[in-house]
Design a protein around this ligand. Structure first.
Ligand code: PRP
Length: 220
């Protein structure tokens, strides 16, 4: 049995064509069903529906053999393991180039970020991406107090919880709707294939077949 961990939404939708390229059709729709284990047209392949931030954990501990997760999630997960995905037992063979977005710093339109940085002010930064934010501001030499949030980061500067946020930006509509502006582009994000290192040894042929099909589907 090969088990693939996916999160609902954009990653799930954009993974379906890759699975198809590997001859795998998911037989149930996670948006319609409450089932967490989805069957496929291949009796020995199943899909787990998990929270995006839990994908690396399922793969690391062997609850799933493979998973697809954003680079952001992977960096944050790896930070608990000395910053290395391989130390977390994860093999990261392929950038799938799907669910692309960026991770940025944003502030209220009336906040003068450039001056605050120039004056060496201590910035309050709200984010779900603590490791990415810490590394970014440390490299820039900006002192920050990080405030960990789990969602709706855009609210924090609006109610005075923080001066800035570090968050994912795709279309930029969420920032615009909340009168925030992007002031730094930290990195581009896309989804990565991660594989449990032990599973790769034990189920070499089946897992390789999937990796190769995904690789040719994304032109690598
Ligand atoms: C992400 C991110 C922003 C939004 C950006 O949230 O946190 O809120 O998408 O997209 P946009 O630039 O196209 O408006 P998501 O919907 O993934 O949910 P989350 O808050 O649970 O991360």
């Amino acid at each position: 049995m090969i088990t693939l961990a996916l999160s609902k939404g954009r990653i799930f939708e954009e993974t379906l064509p890759l699975l198809r390229a590997a001859g795998i059709e998911v037989l149930e729709d996670p948006e319609k069903s409450r089932k967490l284990i989805l069957t496929t047209n291949q009796p020995d392949v199943r899909v787990l529906v998990v929270r995006a931030t839990d994908v690396p954990t399922y793969v690391q501990y062997g609850g799933a053999d493979l998973g697809i997760t954003g680079k952001d999630t992977l960096i944050e997960h790896a930070a608990d393991w000395g910053g290395s995905t391989s130390a977390a037992g994860l093999y990261q063979p392929l950038d799938l180039n799907i669910a692309k977005c960026r991770i940025s710093v944003a502030v209220r339109a009336d906040f003068d970020y450039a001056s605050a940085v120039k004056q060496g002010s201590r910035l309050k930064v709200a984010t779900k991406y603590v490791a990415i934010a810490r590394e970014f501001f440390a490299t820039k030499g900006v002192h920050v107090d990080l405030i960990k949030l789990y969602g709706s980061m855009e609210l924090a500067p609006l109610v005075g919880l923080s001066d800035a946020i570090v968050d994912l930006v795709s279309t930029g509509n969420t920032l615009k709707a909340n009168h925030l502006v992007e002031v730094e582009h930290i990195m581009d994000i896309s989804s990565q294939l991660v594989v449990n290192q032990a599973a790769l040894k034990l189920k070499q042929a089946s897992i390789r077949r999937i990796i190769d099909a995904f690789a040719s589907a994304v032109g690598k």
